[in-house]
Design a protein around this ligand. Structure first.
Ligand code: COA
Length: 260
């Protein structure tokens, strides 16, 4: 499929999706959100894809936010719809994606950009990255899950301060805040993330997918995560991957998971 605002590359079962509007610091307009949705939807059923890396083009920005020029004259009703559509099509879709999604944060990750990075399953930043939710400086609040996911990751007090001040933190502070898992030099970012993806892909894709679901259950209102875990654990015993993983261990050989 051809896209106007994103690039895709599959290498060694890793799909890298690059948001490609460098002149606008990769700001997310509606079309880009729709294209990202299509790309993730296609990746879901593409057996060649085992891990997704999401990043921004250029050396300056991951994503500098939602495209401000697009919503500057919206009414309250349109604003509400913008947030609801975006959350459904992209941010919740990524968070609940059944294959691992890693954000390679290669520069500014602001507003919707940080929200996208936070929707990914985890984040690796380059040392030039800067992160923040500056929406209140524009007279709005984060609308793509930022008020929910930031406190889950950094704690309520830090999230309150970041959102209320509209300030940015650098990569090392983000590491200290547990907002990102690692910080590496920009030139090493893709290889570093691909290396982690490689480690993930040695494991059972079915089990990894169930683990994503069970971990996410911890953050869903009204859902008992322990129950979700028990059910997913039980289901694992019915998979070919489980048979292969356990028999490989008992026979002192490396597992070759069929992914079923
Ligand atoms: N929406 C729309 N356009 C954006 C954008 C956004 N979120 N972020 C950057 N751009 C555009 C700029 O308007 C500019 O376009 P132009 O060259 O046509 O004027 C271009 O990207 C480059 O940005 P610029 O501001 O000139 O770069 P800078 O290095 O001076 O500043 C930032 C970088 C990230 C500090 C600054 O662009 C910024 O504050 N962006 C908005 C961040 C934000 O508030 N995001 C939350 C949105 S809800």
């Amino acid at each position: 499929m051809s896209y106007q605002n994103i690039l895709e590359e599959i290498e060694d079962h890793i799909l890298t999706i690059t948001i490609n509007r460098p002149k606008k610091l990769n700001a997310l307009n509606r079309e880009t959100i729709q294209e990202l949705h299509e790309a993730f939807k296609a990746a879901k059923t593409n057996d060649e894809v085992k891990v997704v890396i999401i990043t921004g083009s250029g050396e300056k920005a991951f994503v500098a936010g939602a495209d401000i020029s697009e919503f500057a004259d919206y009414s309250p009703k349109e604003g509400k719809r913008l947030a609801a559509d975006g959350q459904e099509k992209l941010f919740n879709y990524v968070a609940n994606f059944p294959k691992p999604v890693i954000a390679a944060v290669n520069g500014f990750a602001l507003g919707g950009g940080l929200e996208l990075a936070m929707a990914a399953h985890f984040r690796i930043a380059s040392d030039n990255a800067k992160m923040g939710l500056p929406e209140v400086s524009l007279g709005v609040i984060p609308g793509y899950g930022g008020t929910q996911r930031l406190p889950q990751l950094v704690g309520k007090g830090r999230a309150m301060e970041m959102i209320m001040t509209a300030g940015m933190i650098d990569a090392n502070q983000a590491l200290q805040y547990n907002l990102v898992n690692h910080v590496v030099e920009l030139d090493d970012l893709h290889d570093f993330v691909a290396k982690i993806a490689g480690k993930i892909m040695k494991n059972s894709t079915v089990a990894v997918s169930e683990a994503i679901r069970a971990i996410n259950a911890n953050y869903e209102d009204g859902v008992n995560g322990f129950e979700v875990e028990i059910n997913a654990f039980g289901r694992s015993f019915g998979t070919d991957d489980f048979k292969e993983g356990t028999s490989a261990f008992l026979n002192k050989r490396k597992a070759d998971f069929p992914g079923k």
